[in-house]
Ligand binder design. Structure first.
Ligand SMILES: [Zn+2]
Length: 372
């Protein structure tokens, strides 16, 4: 259904008023009180690709920071259960995750985590382990990590871009292939470790509506790698994590991110342009697009304090109407993964509300969606 800007504002304004009334009488806890973060690492090593690595020294500094600033490190499934139950997440709570099950997690991260008796999660793409590929942990090493409190979870079998079709593949063939890549990985993890959590991290953090729907149908909760803390409005089929590696992970950057609070939103919507008349129902857009993210805030007074940034473009334009803030890239998006990040000071020293929206940008004719 199409609504005019005015009608939409009225509806959103009404829900915001209702929410603040409920909050005022103590019926709901303000979501901004919640602040759990999920950290995402790949390699913990000095001789792996820098873009997906933190050094063992840097990793230890991150863990020291959490310990010295009274963070509670919890198993990832505990955060998922709380979100599912609609419970508030306590402030200064973190879960630690590693994607791809690289051997350096066993060699360099495990001793640091074991020392503190901290839980962590390894998202495993099972094929390299089944093939004993060098650089990856073995199933035996994963079992040892599990004995030390590691959660072993799903990163598919083959680490494909799940939303992409192979050349000539029909929609039903694609669906069957992806279903198999997820279900088979879950089965291998259970056979090797006895664990079965139905939690998946999307390879490359990439998903579209069809992938999310398939995961939901299979009963999975899924994580992306768009940045941001978890909040009461987080999508259980695409939960945010803060990736560290490459340019991200200096102690200053780490400290800022682990202290973030979820942007107090009631709703987000995507549109093709500033008119906000053509809704986008998909995060996949074509090269050259400049899509709009519209965020409806619980509290209109926050609207003027929000700044947004686009990957490779720096600060981007925002427009405010009542309690809705819309933002759009200054320049056309180029093929690949790209994100809009929006932040606003919470009023507490060094703390920010944070929300990130991922876009997947295909080539002009959409060919980027194909898997080789
Ligand atoms: Zn991965």
């Amino acid at each position: 259904m199409k609504r005019t800007w005015f009608q939409r504002k009225w509806l959103l304004g009404f829900s915001a008023v209702a929410a603040s009334l409920l909050a005022a009488v103590g019926l709901v806890q303000s979501p901004s009180a919640t602040a759990a973060v999920v950290l995402q690492y790949h390699h913990v090593s000095e001789d792996s690709p820098p873009s997906t690595s933190v050094t063992p020294e840097r990793f230890e500094k991150h863990m020291d920071y959490l310990a010295n600033h009274d963070f509670t490190v919890v198993p990832l499934e505990q955060l998922v259960s709380a979100l599912k139950a609609g419970e508030a997440l306590p402030d200064k709570t973190a879960a630690i995750t590693f994607d791809d099950a690289y051997e350096s997690v066993y060699t360099h991260a495990l001793p640091v985590l074991k020392k503190r008796d901290w839980p962590f999660t390894v998202f495993v793409n099972t094929n390299p382990l089944d093939e004993n590929k060098p650089g990856f942990a073995s199933w035996d090493q994963l079992r040892q990590m599990a004995e030390q409190g590691a959660t072993i979870a799903n990163h598919s079998t083959a680490h494909n871009h799940l939303q992409r079709f192979k050349a000539g593949e029909s929609a039903s063939e694609w669906r069957e292939r992806i279903r198999h890549e997820i279900v088979k990985a879950e089965q291998r993890i259970e056979e090797e470790t006895g664990q079965n959590h139905k939690m998946l991290a999307y390879p490359y953090g990439e998903y579209n509506n069809k992938v999310k729907a398939l995961l939901e149908e299979l009963g999975f909760v899924a994580f992306g790698q768009q940045s941001g803390p978890l909040g009461p409005h987080s999508d259980l089929r695409a939960l945010p994590r803060f990736p560290f590696g490459g340019p991200y992970g200096s102690l200053e950057d780490f400290a800022t991110k682990v202290k973030t609070r979820p942007m107090p939103l009631t709703e987000t919507a995507l549109y093709s342009d500033w008119s906000l008349e053509q809704p986008l129902d998909e995060v996949v857009v074509k090269e050259g697009a400049r899509p709009v993210l519209a965020m409806t805030l619980e509290d209109a007074s926050l609207a003027d304090r929000i700044s947004c940034f686009a990957s490779g473009q720096g600060a981007i334009e925002t427009r405010v109407e009542g309690n809705t803030v819309a933002t759009r890239a200054n320049k056309p998006l180029t093929p690949g993964r790209t994100r809009y990040n929006c932040t606003a000071g919470t009023g507490e020293s060094g703390r920010f509300f944070w929300f990130s929206q991922q876009w997947l940008v295909t080539g002009e004719n959409g060919e980027w969606q194909h898997e080789n």
